[in-house]
Design a binder for this molecule. Structure first.
Ligand code: OGA
Ligand code: NI
Length: 210
């Protein structure tokens, strides 16, 4: 059951302010339970109702360079559409977009996001989300949807700084959100022993102006 959309969903101002402040001071942050439980529940239902055939092998490179290479990334993705199960999440991200534009003058224009499924053994080698890969991606948001994830399950997200020093090793636990400046933090996904699900998105500049 979806939560009716007419329930006003005001994200806690303090959470948005915290994200903005931490992006300004260190460029990244890790938040547990950032989203209201109703939003998590709807996203989980969305994911659960998706059949595996709705996921496609993720590629690397853009346009003409686009290709699938499972020695670099082995996940399968499904781009989110706007529906009853995703709308509250999109609304929450919209509040974040406005907050970041107001406080950090990032000029963020839109948001794109996909579910990613990493089957056991799949990984994503170290990469940047923004920069050469995709110059319009400014802020990366990753939300994890894995109940009861244990340390031995693997699948950690390793976050590095611009000199490739390891900053954080993050378990993909349910409700945890990782947000960082896409151009500044190389990162990788280590192989997991279980199916691993994340919702990864990017706040972007207006591509038409690039
Ligand atoms: C990506 C990515 C990390 C994760 O999709 O670009 O780095 O933890 N995902 O799923
Ligand atoms: Ni990435």
């Amino acid at each position: 059951m979806n939560t009716p959309l007419n329930i006003p969903l005001e994200p806690e101002m303090s959470t948005l302010a915290l994200i903005s402040q931490r992006l300004a001071s260190c460029g990244y942050l890790i938040l547990d339970s950032a989203l209201p439980e109703a939003v998590m529940k709807n996203l989980s239902d969305y994911l659960q109702n998706l059949q595996l055939e709705n996921f496609k092998h993720a590629g690397i490179g853009r346009d003409k360079d686009f290709h699938v290479d499972t020695s670099i990334r082995g996940d399968e993705i499904h781009w989110l559409s706007h529906n009853d199960s995703s709308e509250q999440y999109f609304q929450w991200i919209e509040q974040l977009r406005l907050e970041l534009n107001q406080n950090l003058f990032l000029g963020l224009f839109d948001f794109e996001t996909h579910f990613a499924h990493y089957p056991p053994g799949a990984f994503y080698k170290r990469h940047y989300d923004g920069f050469k890969g995709n110059p319009s991606r400014i802020v990366t948001t990753i939300l994890y949807l894995n109940q009861d994830w244990q340390k031995g399950d693997g699948g950690e997200l390793c976050l590095y700084d611009g000199t490739d020093q390891l900053l954080e090793t993050i378990l993909p636990s349910y409700g945890r959100m990782v947000i960082f400046l896409s151009e500044d933090f190389p990162h990788e996904v280590l192989p997991a022993k279980r199916d691993r699900y994340s919702l990864t998105g990017w706040l972007r500049l207006n591509q038409n102006r690039m």
